[in-house]
Design a protein around this ligand. Structure first.
Ligand SMILES: O=C(O)COP(=O)(O)O
Ligand SMILES: [Mg+2]
Length: 226
């Protein structure tokens, strides 16, 4: 476990769901509203949690499978989910402790910041605005911004380019193995938050440089405080 030396970094790329904002309440509410509309059984929140992090198509497909529905419903179901999510986006969501402090501290130290999420771009922009986080980032890139999404390295490489930073000097901050795999393959150091969503798997096996309980630990690693 080695915490990054901020003086050796020019930029940071920050994941959204499970890293900046706890969005599980909105995601579960919208998935279950979709299933109800499709006359399917709803799912426990803990089950929905394991489906978060690989984008909305994966979320909807996994929910349909878990509810015993055929994936031939996928395009129509995704449209239903998107309408439901738009209606609740931000309502049950909360910014994790330490996030605002960490973003301000990273910016104060001269790091350029981008948010890179697998959440659809439009929903990401609305959520970040609603939580007064949009202004912290020079760029916001959603799961539909590029030809590939995390865990593919392409979105990380293109975000580094947008920030004008070399991958080895750009820290990925995430909560799941998708963030770690994308960062590693792009050549970025990576830290993962323990509080997020990792498909029901232990986060410590995700291959990060460090695992944190609060993003604020990046600013004062010795204190280890939130
Ligand atoms: O929409 C999702 O799957 C969540 O995406 P994120 O963890 O990359 O922000
Ligand atoms: Mg995430």
């Amino acid at each position: 476990m080695s915490l990054p030396d901020l003086s050796r970094l020019d930029a940071a790329i920050v994941d959204l769901d499970g890293t900046l904002v706890d969005t599980l309440g909105d995601l579960a509410a919208s998935v279950n509203a979709m299933l109800e509309e499709l006359h399917r059984p709803t799912l426990p929140v803990g089950q929905v949690e394991r489906m978060v992090g690989k984008g909305s198509e994966f979320l909807v497909r996994s929910a349909l499978e878990a509810a015993g529905a055929g994936t031939d419903l996928l395009p129509a179901a995704h449209a239903v989910w998107a309408r439901q999510y738009e209606a609740v986006n931000g309502r049950h969501a909360r910014v994790y402790p330490g996030v605002r402090e960490a973003l301000a501290g990273l910016r104060d130290r001269g790091l350029r910041l981008a948010c890179l999420t697998n959440k659809p771009q439009a929903f990401a922009e609305v959520l970040l605005d609603a939580k007064s986080l949009r202004g912290s980032f020079e760029w916001v890139f959603g799961g539909d911004a590029f030809a590939q999404r995390k865990p593919h390295p392409l979105p990380v490489e293109l975000t580094c380019q947008a920030l004008g930073a070399q991958p080895r000097r750009t820290l990925m901050i995430g909560d799941s193995v998708n963030d770690a795999m994308a960062a590693r393959a792009a050549g970025c150091p990576v830290v993962l938050m323990r509080y997020g969503y990792n498909h029901g798997q232990p986060i410590e096996s995700a291959g990060a440089d460090a695992y944190l309980d609060s993003m604020a630990e990046l600013l004062a690693p010795a204190a280890g405080s939130a």
